[in-house]
Write a protein of this length. Structure first.
Length: 265
């Protein structure tokens, strides 16, 4: 009898170990699947390149880590990327992974590097990407007429995202008309909550749009608050370009003021 119990306990322990190992291996494969999905579906939503170094996922805890996320720039812009993120930490409710709506408890994006290129109150890289996502979001509200249209509108899986925090962000600013001058400004923390609550949830496209809306608005405000620094820099330019640059600063500051009012409404 004792020998039989020992054999049974050994089998139970072996089974538990095998289950845990299977979950770990499955998490590794799912991480690769998520990475491939981000690099495939993401560009259809944003219309820019998206690269990810790695995605690490634990099915046991629901924790995930995204490393080396790089969002490219639209055509016509000189800088190689618009956004780069070293590490993003994600917490998911594991029980929701196989349900109709995935519940994401939290997303924390740490120390992203953002490049703002163009005109703050006109064409620029961030608003172009945001407009691309808004177009994809609008398309997703219409019935897809074919598989290509359906793929472009984003995945059908719904999400609930309880908390998004973007912290430690820096913006590298290159404004059109400033004679090549550039600056780097910090962004205040961006905090979004309770997105996709209820049975309907939210699509990945709409989630991307909301985050980009907040990021773009925060960036423009930071540029507006730093416009005076650009003005100080302009007066130090050579005699041949100082007057023109100062005039550019006055135009930019005036436009930023109007845009700042719009973004706060």
């Amino acid at each position: 009898m004792k020998k039989l119990k020992k054999i049974l306990w050994t089998l139970v322990i072996l089974l538990v170990v095998l289950v845990i190992a299977a979950v770990i291996v499955a998490g590794m494969f799912l991480g690769n699947i998520i990475k491939a999905g981000m690099e495939t579906v993401g560009p259809k939503i944003t219309q820019v390149t998206i690269k990810v170094d790695a995605v690490h996922l634990s099915l046991l805890t629901g924790g995930a880590k995204i490393e080396g996320l790089v969002v490219g720039n639209p055509e016509g812009y000189n800088t190689p990327q618009a956004i780069s993120v070293g590490v993003a930490a994600v917490e998911v409710n594991p029980a929701s992974v196989l349900s109709d709506k995935i519940v994401v408890r939290s997303v924390e994006v740490r120390n992203p590097e953002i490049t703002f290129e163009g005109n703050p109150f006109g064409a620029n890289n961030l608003t172009k990407i945001r407009d691309n996502v808004s177009g994809a979001s609008a398309a997703s509200q219409k019935p897809a007429t074919n598989q290509t249209a359906q793929a472009a509108s984003g995945p059908g899986k719904k999400l609930e995202v309880d908390d998004v925090l973007i912290t430690g962000a820096k913006v590298h600013v290159s404004i059109t008309g400033m004679s090549g001058q550039a600056m780097t400004v910090p962004l205040p923390d961006i905090h979004l909550t309770d997105m996709g609550k209820g049975t309907d949830g939210i699509t990945a496209t709409d989630l991307t749009r909301r985050v980009l809306d907040a990021l773009t608005a925060s960036t423009i405000k930071a540029v507006a608050n730093s416009a005076s620094d650009l003005g100080k820099g302009a007066v130090n330019l050579g005699n041949g370009t100082g007057k023109t640059a100062t005039e550019d600063v006055n135009k930019i500051t005036k436009g930023l003021g109007g845009l700042f009012k719009k973004s706060t409404n």
